[in-house]
Write a protein of this length. Structure first.
Length: 233
């Protein structure tokens, strides 16, 4: 958990408060909000007026719900810069109406320029999907990651080191998520209309704070496997 100590136009500095998590209460959140507003207005008195005027984020971020992976902080961006959708293990499926609604709005209304599917090493959802223990309702959601494992079974099983195997599954899950985004009619119709739009897969390291580009990128339907290309008008 972090608290803002200084706010600059393109930078936010934080004090690590992880050792004080037991002090976080319902009331402290509201007090923290007041402090954040006051400190923000000291730096930029017009900040909230400009923020309330509307949003034109260039990025759609599809990430994990994990509390340690906040999109704005780890990319050093500001409120209004990134449109965000998060779920357990940053899964992208073609039957998730919540995700598809976010995707449609961001592409067709906000006209975002880039879609990033970002996983993170140490993801509990991926770890659970690699095993056979039941953990509850979420087992049905994690089945999507098991499908990724099955599709890449030879590669994953060839990795002997358990940590490296886990890390690779995190990467493969993000890569598959990006591929699933590319395969949607939403994205392909945007490309067909000439809209500038890139799709990317990233992974974030909790240990180093650094993002790794998984080099899975697409900017046109030509980057989509033939089976998943759609005819567009």
């Amino acid at each position: 958990m972090y608290t803002v100590t200084q706010r600059l136009p393109n930078e936010i500095k934080f004090n690590n408060m992880s050792s004080n998590q037991d002090k976080i209460t319902y009331e402290s959140l509201l007090e923290g909000n007041k402090m954040w507003v006051a400190e923000t207005l000291k730096v930029d008195p017009t900040f909230f007026d400009e923020l309330a005027a509307g949003q034109t984020p260039p990025i759609l971020w599809i990430g994990c719900s994990d509390s340690r992976v906040p999109a704005n902080q780890i990319t050093n961006t500001m409120p209004g810069d990134i449109f965000v959708h998060r779920n357990i293990a940053n899964v992208v499926t073609h039957t998730d109406m919540s995700l598809l609604s976010v995707l449609d709005y961001s592409v067709n209304v906000l006209k975002i320029k880039h879609i990033i599917v970002c996983g993170h090493y140490g993801c509990g959802g991926v770890n659970a999907a690699m095993g056979n223990k039941q953990v509850g309702l979420i087992d049905n959601w994690l089945r999507n990651i098991k499908d990724v494992y099955h599709a890449n079974e030879n590669e994953v099983k060839s990795i002997q080191d358990p940590q490296q195997k886990f890390d690779r599954m995190v990467e493969l899950n993000a890569i598959q998520g990006a591929k699933n985004v590319m395969s949607t009619s939403i994205v392909q119709n945007a490309w067909a209309s000439g809209q500038e739009l890139g799709v990317h897969a990233w992974v974030y390291s909790l240990k180093t704070g650094l993002i790794k580009d998984l080099e899975t990128n697409a900017s046109s339907v030509e980057d989509v496997p033939e089976l998943f290309k759609m005819e567009t008008e």
